[in-house]
Write a protein that binds this ligand. Structure first.
Ligand code: SF4
Ligand code: SF4
Ligand code: SF4
Length: 273
């Protein structure tokens, strides 16, 4: 039996022609070729009588407050200040005192150049703070964006040249000394995203071991008592402590430490209930 032939498909319409907009014509003739370029050059020349367009590095440095002040006085407008320069992503400054050892900086680093190392706080106390290897750092700024306490910021310090690779590893103390110089620092993330997930608990799996509360860097987890059920005849109650974690969401910095230390995998990220 002959198969019924299908009607031929309708012809595809030709693609619409892309309209190209011609660039706006610049000044033509003598004005465009001679007068305007000469006027621009003359303007720059006059400006340079008050302030050169370049700086004499390394004798003059943009991060030097004295130099910035002098340039500001001479030109009425410091180079780059308040523009690109203050957002420069250079060597980090770390405030050891406010670091909560949450590990978010190391976790966010795409180059894996942050290691959490012990810092001696005296009185036999210590805490973990980030150490950064500038031999690997790509100055992306993810770490300082992720830092919930704003204690790890990037500064306008760009001088990291050295003869030895090992000197490119900056200890927390070295970054603290940069913090003390009070260089302009990158703006830090002040507000949380509105759709941020929260820590949720699968109550049936929890054994009340306290590991999450113990390791939470902000101490925002409280172990609360839960009622111990009465077993039915022949029924065995699970072996557990009759407590479960309650997270104070306002203080949680979303570090995920609790999730990673929970031995029963009962904590997870989820939308706010
Ligand atoms: S993200 Fe900030 S608070 Fe957390 S460990 Fe790093 S520097 Fe410390
Ligand atoms: S994610 Fe967990 S460990 Fe980290 S601050 Fe929040 S409750 Fe604490
Ligand atoms: S670490 Fe896990 S099992 Fe232990 S109390 Fe916290 S949520 Fe429960």
């Amino acid at each position: 039996m002959a198969a019924t032939s299908a009607p031929p498909p309708p012809p595809t319409p030709p693609p619409a022609a892309v309209k190209k907009t011609a660039p706006a014509p610049g000044p033509q003739g003598l004005a465009g070729l001679v007068v305007i370029p000469m006027a621009t050059a003359a303007k720059q020349f006059v400006k340079s009588l008050w302030r050169p367009s370049t700086i004499v590095y390394p004798y003059e440095r943009l991060e030097d407050p004295e130099f910035r002040k002098r340039v500001a006085v001479q030109s009425g407008r410091p180079i780059g200040v308040g523009e690109v320069w203050d957002n420069y992503r250079g060597v980090h400054a770390l405030n050891i005192a406010t670091c909560i050892s949450c590990n978010l900086c190391a976790f966010s680093c795409p180059d894996v150049c942050i290691e959490m190392v012990n810092v001696d706080l005296g009185n036999g106390k210590s805490k973990k703070c980030p150490e950064i290897d500038y031999g690997k750092c790509s100055f992306c700024g993810f770490c300082s964006d992720a830092c919930p306490e704003g204690c790890l910021t990037m500064t306008s310090n760009y001088t990291i040249t050295t003869n030895h690779r090992s000197e490119m590893v900056y200890s927390p103390q070295r970054m603290y000394s940069i913090y003390q110089t009070k260089l302009p620092m990158n703006p830090i993330r002040q507000e949380r995203p509105v759709n941020e997930d929260a820590i949720l608990l699968d109550q049936d799996l929890c054994i009340g071991c306290n590991a999450c509360a113990r390791d939470c860097p902000t101490k925002c987890i409280t172990m609360i008592d839960i009622p111990k059920p009465q077993p039915k005849p022949g029924e065995k109650l699970p072996k557990r402590i009759w407590k479960e974690p309650m997270v104070n969401d306002a203080d949680c910095v979303r570090c995920g430490t609790c999730i990673s230390v929970c031995p029963k995998e009962c904590l997870y990220w989820g939308a706010h209930p």
